[in-house]
Design a protein around this ligand. Sequence first.
Ligand code: CU
Length: 751
Amino acid sequence: MSYKYYPITGIKDGWGADGRVPIRRDFDEWTESSDPKDKIQQRLYEIMVNEIIPEHPKYKNEYLEAARTWRLPFWDWAKHSKVPKMVRWRRVEITIGGNPPVIIDNPLHQFKMPNDKRMGIYGVGILKYPDGDEFLDYGACYATTRCPDENERKPDNKAWIEGVNHDDKVDEFLTNYSSITGFPYGTASELVYRLLTYPMDYIHFATVARDEDASSATASTSKITNDVNLEFIHNNVHYWIGGDGGHMSQIPVATFDPTFWLHHCNIDRLFALWQALNPEKWFEVDIQRWFDQKIIGGGDIVTNKTPLRPFHRDEKGTPWTADDARDWFKLGYTYPELKTGKETSAQLFEMINTTYGIARQEGLKMTDVPPGMEIIDKESGEDAGKGGVKMNDYALSIRYSKYVDSLSFKSLFLVFAPINSTRFALGGHPFNIQVFLRPEGETKNTFRTEDFVTNVFNFSQPAEQDGNEVCSNCKEGEEGDTQAIAYVPVTSYLIKMIQQQELSDLQPPTVEKVLARMYWRITDLGGKTIPEEQWKDSMRLGITVSKMEMTYSKDPQVKPEVPDPEVIPSLGTGPSKPVAPAGVVANNISVAKISKLEAEVSTGGSIVFKSPTMALEVPNRETGTGIALLYWDPSSTANSRDVENYDILLGMVIKNKRRVVQCNSKPVGGGYGVTEELQPSPWFGNSPQLRVDVEANKFVVYVDGIRVKDVDRSIKKNVTHVRYYTSPTNAQPVMARDIIATTYKDKSAVL
Ligand SMILES: [Cu+2]
């Protein structure tokens, strides 16, 4: 078989007219447009260019122009929470060239095998339910399915074989079958809103994976607002479209459903929006992810430069890296909200507040607010006309062991389990966690549709198939300390209960009483409840309820105020959210930056720097890698980007050639003190640790756990910031470009 690489820029001549980057359009808006140009664009590029255009020489230029500026449209399922019309229609009428219109099977409705053969002929196979006899036979299908019912999932059912699409059921998942029935917005709206408005780092934004190690950058002990992430929202939408057994709910076959591409285009759009709001944020080093690393053939550490095999950017096979994919303009497209890439945060928040802020809109609309909500009106003074609403906000954080990461590209590698597979552990199979609320006065859990609150879909794939490991390392990943997290706000649900007079207010005692009636179950890929004893130990399911007071401004250009949430200890289940030892906080530190520490370090405390890598070879030319502990005066109005405006409490410069660490200090406006040289022995190891204890009159420096030397603490201020730098500034640091600084209020907590 010969391979052909399609660059994901797709269209070689793909820059639009006037040299502007063409826009990826909202799918509904595009398909319903009556602009003849859009109608023409609604054909796929290759068919246009290679088959159709040559047949219609008269229309050649017009068609080529349309094809060249065509971009994959997105389906914003949070805003348009119904399956788009152009996907629903089973048959469509098309006109090409001067020919009379013809009616064809709509290729956007479902994928059909072009040659009337079953998909099994091409290696598509069977997925077993974790508990035994039943299975889903995707090999038997001629076409794709969305939301099949119980009978339609059976392998010999005609609907299953020919493909059946219950788009009304998808609509229900995306709207009605959700926490907030009765309102014309999507289940995903509030999830998207929180994702785009909470302050968080790239790693939390991007992935469900949370490390159990409290000093890790992805520690599950980090702030609760870090629990929301793009991946779980993406996973849930897969399930809402595919349902129990539909193609979209299974990694190996999801891409067959045409909605996959519209869905993923929207995921890319959300990523672009987040980047536009957080231009500084990115990653340089990630934690270890066994499964993905093995698949992409990477080393132990994933960085922003790790080749993302098998995705190639050219015909020579040069793999893409995360850095290459960062700027979507360079990929040859953009989105309606990001036409120039220079939009202000105010402009973007206006779109986000008015499109996705459901709790905000409900809160601002209420004239008579219950206790737990407060209207803020500023009728006079400077802020006249401003104001908004303040309300108690409640959310669930749902944690579970997922065993295997869930990136959809794995489908390219996985060969399905033959039917005689006898692995029934839940390990790695997709499953669904469903949360319900018992009506008041009832004691039995009946799992009625009306009582459904939310679900979290684990979109994953077993590490073992038919007793063979898909990769040698993912078993380790399964047993490792990584958990997955999802975050679901329930405030809109509670507001709805208030409006239906089932709840009096949003005060903690009232809400706690209601949320105490929460219960849950786990269902398998056929929608059947999995008995608790099968998952109890391995799943490590934990549900945490948190509370905070959100403030929404009437001004749509203002983002909401999001304070740190608190856990409600009486609610939830399972291992509670692991609590970091009090006073231990991990901070991400990047080179060439001054970073503010989340917590200051004072006398009795300690700060530990960890890097996943260390350049150990002795260089020809000496360079310096500096880590400086700084103090910033909060009353200062000076430029905070200039290190001259900080007290340097302890500057440490690692000299890799001479194998010394030079230490110094300097007050604001003053000169440097005497340089002291430390000679760590042994020298730093390949995942080095540099620890500094802050004592009353001295700093105690440790390298890889070994005490090296005490250095005079001449300026007795707290450490508020850290500067990580190199000299010369263009040199590579000897540690990784991103390192972690963990601060300890009490040095005795350092392990
Ligand atoms: Cu996906």
